[in-house]
Write a protein that binds this ligand. Sequence first.
Ligand code: HEC
Length: 111
Amino acid sequence: MRNIAVFTAVTIALLYAAGRAHASSPTAHDVGREKFVKCASCHGADGRSTVVPQYPKIAGQSAAYTINALKAYREGRRLGTYAAMMSEVARTLSDEDIVALAAYVESLENR
Ligand code: HEC
């Protein structure tokens, strides 16, 4: 019985938080979190548990660096076997997507 009460309280708290999040317009960070879904398959949901050792950990990287890196991949200015994988991804991103993703990546813990 106690578990049900706790579950209900947590559910109500989460619904309340979700409702509040939608009430205000989303920040770049929020938009970036949603878009990061397509990055997580290689960089990990936390930006640092990479599937393959050759994939870089990006969590906590400064937004300015990430913006620059993503634009370089998109425009084919970073070359190489692994860069080609990123170019495929970056090609689908708008400038706004890149700014949002960079804000989210910077917010991830890098420990
Ligand atoms: C298919 C796997 C894959 C996906 C999906 C992917 N990445 Fe990458 N990413 C890589 C690899 C591999 C590299 C290293 C490329 C190189 O050697 O330049 C990389 C490099 C990067 C770098 C540069 C890191 C550095 O230290 O210079 C950033 C930033 C980055 N990715 C962000 C993203 C973001 C944001 C997304 C989602 C939009 C994403 N990646 C999706 C595989 C992936």
